[in-house]
Design a protein around this ligand. Structure first.
Ligand code: NAI
Length: 337
């Protein structure tokens, strides 16, 4: 019996990649709606739902999904901070994820942010188009020989370390688990505060958990090198955005690159160009010339979307055939924020 899957937060690219990998194996019902308590009942009659990073899978939604007959939540993401795992376990709903699709996609996007912020190509592009060929204000620095602090040396952090070593950077890292590959690449593991005080650039690649929520706060920023660059392509909540704005205003932070934002579910993945930005904190961020924000596009490569679709369909097929998905998220992974 093919599984009936309600796919939430669908964009044209999700439809295209999932339908191609599914090849008729399951019944996929594509919905544009973001999953929330208001939309969860749309899953009625489905065996499984498929969700993305900003879909709400808190206790309230899980209860509605349970009543609707859903038995599997198949996440199209690696992170599962948006799922109440205890509630899912209590409701007998299995949760699956895509543990690794392309760490290179996110690591390479991180490097794009670093290079753009450093050499100000975003500003140069606009200047040139207006006939302004002056170089004032575009001064960067050589990456070779600079110290980069990588917070979290899992799949993405390690992929970034490889790239950074190619640029001739010194790399220091912090992670409760040391990566043998990073150690072999000459990475020195340090406590977070020491990493912050040594690094010219700090890049965040840890998951969002209660422990890492607002890891970068006022105190952390105060311990950074004056004028350091901070890049976050992990999850928005790892950074206290208001503290970062204070750091930018005081000059402690030299530049900031973000692919994720604490309140991004109100903004990202939609065309809002004909409306105003209702989030004043986000709007303030956009006023800084040394801040570069992309809208959670680190994962957005051909290879990553293919891998996400293949693993998602494999999770659903395994659940259909064996009663458990290929890549389950254990309920013991705890309630993350
Ligand atoms: P991973 O699970 O391979 O690595 C995470 C690493 O962080 C692990 O080595 C873990 O030990 C470490 N860690 C946990 N707590 C820490 C702490 N307090 N301090 C330092 N390190 C800590 O995960 P992966 O695949 O490398 O992804 C990292 C994060 O990137 C994901 O959790 C997700 O939030 C984010 N992500 C963002 C994407 C984007 O499009 N911008 C796409 C995919 C993932």
């Amino acid at each position: 019996m093919p599984m009936h899957v309600a796919v939430f937060s669908t964009k044209s690219y999700d439809h295209e990649f999932l339908a191609r990998c599914n090849a008729g194996a399951h019944v996929l019902e594509f919905r544009e709606e973001r999953l929330s308590e208001a939309t969860a009942s749309l899953a009625r009659g489905a065996d499984a739902i498929c969700a993305f990073v900003n879909d709400d899978l808190g206790r309230g939604v899980i209860e509605v999904l349970h009543d609707a007959g859903v038995r599997l939540v198949a996440l199209r993401s690696a992170g599962f901070n948006n799922v109440d795992l205890e509630a899912a376990a209590a409701a007998g709903i299995a949760v699956a994820r895509v543990p690794a699709y392309s760490p290179h996609a996110v690591a390479e996007h991180t490097m794009a942010l670093v290079l753009t912020l450093n050499r100000k190509t975003h500003r140069a592009y606009n200047r040139l188009r207006e006939g302004n060929f002056a170089l004032d204000g575009l001064l960067g620095f050589d990456l070779r020989g600079k110290t980069v602090g990588v917070v979290g040396t899992g799949l993405i952090g390690t992929a970034l370390v490889r790239i950074l070593r190619g640029f001739g950077c010194e790399v220091v890292a912090t992670d409760p688990v040391r990566s043998p590959e990073c150690l072999a690449l000459g990475v020195e593991y340090l406590p977070l505060r020491e990493l912050l005080s040594r690094s010219h650039i700090v890049s965040l690649h840890c998951p969002l958990t209660p422990e890492t929520h607002h890891l970068i706060d006022d105190a952390a920023i105060a311990s950074m090198r004056h004028g350091a660059m901070l890049v976050n392509t992990s999850r928005g909540g790892v950074i206290d955005t208001r503290a970062v704005i204070r750091g930018l205003k005081g000059g402690r932070l030299g530049s900031l690159g973000l692919d994720v934002y604490e309140e991004e579910e109100q903004l990202f993945f939609e065309d809002r160009s004909t409306r105003y930005i209702p989030d004043d904190v986000f709007a303030r961020l956009l006023t800084f010339p040394n801040v570069l924000v992309t809208g959670h596009q680190g994962f957005f490569t051909e290879e990553a979307l293919t891998a996400i679709a293949e693993t998602t369909i494999a999770n659903v097929t395994a659940f259909e055939q064996t009663g458990s998905p290929l890549h389950p998220v254990p309920s013991s992974a705890g309630r993350a924020r």
